[in-house]
Design a protein around this ligand. Sequence first.
Ligand code: GLY
Ligand code: MN
Ligand code: MN
Length: 441
Amino acid sequence: MTTVEWSTLYRDHLTTVRSRADTALERAGLDHLVVPSGTLHYQVFDDRDYPYAVNPQFKAWLPLTRNPGSWLVHTPGQRPRLLYLQPRDYWHVVPRAPSGHWVPEFDIVVIRTPEEALQHLPGDPARCAILGEPQSALGGYVPGNPPAVVDYLEYHRAFKTPYEIAMMREATVRGVRGHRAAERAFRAGASEFGIHLAYCQAAGQDSETLPYGNIVALNEHAAVLHYTDRDRVPPEPVRSFLIDAGASHGGYACDITRTYSANPADEFQALVDAVDAAQQAMCAQVRAGHDYRQLHLDAHLALAAILRDFGILSLSPEAALETGVSSVFFPHGIGHGIGLQVHDVAGFASDDRGGEPLPKPEGHPYLRLTRTLAPGMVVTIEPGIYFIDMLLEELRAGPHAGAVDWARVDAFRPYGGIRIEDDVVCTEGDPVNLTREGFAA
Ligand code: GLY
Ligand code: MN
Ligand code: MN
């Protein structure tokens, strides 16, 4: 995309963000939206700081992710103001002068110390909706996060602007680069640690910028849903590889998982292929008006059918779902909203006024999104089949043990598990799969 196209997209995005802020302020009866970018946090009894994480309410306005101590001020009818902290400091790299397509849209005041912001914030903190963490308090400007404002903004953040989708496409380009390098490293016999480094190198990001900690799992480790250890030595033999790794761009995330068998001709690869085909059918259901909870329950039926086809379960898919047996093999949700945060906010919101949360289906405590899909929403679709010792032991000790071919389970156990995860945009028509597009490019 050209600079002009980016500028146009961004300007339209900002119009939406400003109009949402206007409504939120009106509902709260307040005059100004004030958003600190956040501060550095320090380790206890130490002078070491944790990696800085920008306030998502701040990066919703502009693609600044490494500017602690800055402030955004929005007053309806006025150009937004950015108090841009550029400290005098020879110990650290300080933020460069503001640059980028967002700059012309703001009144920018460069400040040299965090306290200087006080001279430029609106006069009366009591008339401000201040959104942020407690540590960002400055003088009388204490983040109060008024629910009327937060509920409105978070609910509507589910609906991405075209600019936001373009940003997620850029994040995906990086993520796909990383995934390709990771697969090559796996095929070349690298350890989990080595694969992780290959990923970071190709994506051009590490823990400071990745939207979440990489999951790089060989063999049985793939059965640990959030496996974030990284063995320095590859196992012998290497059988399988699950990688759940994303990337970020201007504060927007992608979240991608792929699973491979070391032997492309073995039965585990056939199981991966079956999950992959089912996953693509699930992605096709990301359509306006569809209840995401139903997608989750349908995923259980599809995965249980695969388990039956592979001779692992003898139950019908409906019975596997009904009895909870499918949850032994698929013990997490089908996905979540994604955007500025990898697990986007307001997944259970029934409305933009903080109404009663939309409940999860009974027996499915880990589903993170229960809303009905609508154009602009971006969600992950991430079905999986895992062989998790703890859950299998419980199943074996329970009333449905007879519905399982345990020899088949034991044959798959050394491979750990499978997850395939894409990021999919709900539109007025057919869904757009950002991840498959990224891999196809
Ligand atoms: N990478 C975390 C998740 O898939 O939700
Ligand atoms: Mn995910
Ligand atoms: Mn993931």
